[in-house]
Design a protein around this ligand. Structure first.
Ligand SMILES: *Cc1c(COP(=O)(O)O)cnc(C)c1O
Length: 339
């Protein structure tokens, strides 16, 4: 068990239902881009749809085509830009595209993206929409941090799209779905929250969400460092006194990033600090006694939230989750599907 990822689809279903309740009538569209934030796109899409999500959202036409093979009739929305060739593929596969310019492709369902303050994709004024246009949307820059700015974006959107209220209007991401009722319109595009991770970087349990992913490894070797001895590249940890350390067979190639040095994992109910430089295939932790090889280690799971690691690494759970390497050559992936 170098690196074992467990995906709890029951938790994912409960998270979708929690969001449906919070949305009070608006639809949940499950955002499963980037392999469902590292959780496995096909598994997570199936579970989300089973729990009541009405559509899938991805970033690329390639991601959408992969899902189309499994879900032949589900609405799938590609949120990122598409090349001409991809537009043709989208048409053939019955996908919907988000368009951020004035040129509306023919023969494919289109959602026009209005830039109301994100300053990224999107047009600043809506054209008179041709019949391909079935939806209008915008994306919030600060739903997790600055409610006032988010509300101003929503108001701008509401005014601009008032004449288009017959189209499907969607604005909210996870943070807005949970905290900004006026963002709801017809549907919310929810990613992070369906995986049970907090869009606010706090404990997702506060919003009634439960983590879907857990990540385990093992102590592959324990060793005693005598005072003055070090572990790892660059001798970044030097023992001040005799210290037991454990070597875990995971490193940054598995997605356990170099900037996670200093974070804590859980071994036998105790929290242990990651010490020294994380290397490509190995990580050292400080122990308070010798442990036998094979002792289980919780990297993410009960008692260790991904949010804590994100804080140590100075990043978001989004980035950590996307970076976890679930390829079978590096990790064992276990899907638990208890109702
Ligand atoms: C990724 C994405 C989302 C989902 O955001 P979460 O914060 O994960 O809920 C919603 N809308 C757009 C346009 C996105 O790119």
């Amino acid at each position: 068990m170098r690196s074992e990822l467990t995906i709890d689809l029951g938790a994912l279903r409960r998270n979708v239902k929690t969001l449906l309740r919070a949305l009070d009538g608006a639809e949940v569209w499950a955002v499963v881009k980037a392999n469902a934030y590292g959780h496995g796109a096909v598994d997570c899409a199936g579970a989300a749809l089973g729990a009541g999500a009405s559509a899938l959202c991805v970033a690329t036409v390639g991601e959408a085509l992969q899902l189309r093979r499994e879900f032949s009739t589900t609405p799938i929305l590609v949120m990122g830009p598409a090349s001409n060739r991809e537009v043709a593929e989208a048409r053939d596969a019955g996908l919907a595209l988000v368009v951020s310019g004035d040129e509306i492709p023919e023969g494919v369902a289109v959602h026009v993206k209005l830039d109301t303050g994100m300053g990224r994709w999107g047009i600043s004024e809506l054209p008179a929409p041709p019949r391909e246009v079935v939806g209008v949307m915008t994306h919030l820059a600060t739903a997790d941090t600055d409610l006032e700015f988010a509300r101003a974006q929503i108001e701008r959107f509401r005014v601009a799209t008032e004449p288009l209220a017959h189209l499907t209007r969607h604005v909210a991401n996870s943070a807005a779905a949970l905290r900004i009722p006026e963002s709801r319109f017809d549907a919310a595009r929810c990613g992070i929250a369906i995986y049970g991770l907090s869009p606010f970087g706090t404990d997702a349990a506060e919003d009634g969400l439960a983590p879907v992913l857990s990540w385990a490894s093992e102590v592959a070797q324990s060793k005693l460092l005598h005072a003055g001895e070090s572990t790892g590249y660059g001798r970044r940890f030097v023992a001040e006194r005799d210290t037991w350390i454990g070597i875990l067979p995971v490193g940054y190639a598995d997605g356990f990033r170099r900037d996670l040095s200093g974070t804590e994992v859980r071994i036998g109910g105790e929290r242990c600090r990651v010490i020294g430089a994380v290397s490509m295939d190995a990580t050292a932790v400080e122990l308070n006694r010798e442990l036998p090889p094979g002792t289980p280690v919780t990297i993410v799971g009960p008692g260790v939230l991904l949010e804590e690691h994100a804080r140590v690494a100075g990043t978001l759970t989004y980035e950590l989750a996307c970076g976890i390497n679930s390829s079978p050559s590096r990790a064992r992936r276990v899907v638990v599907d208890a109702a």
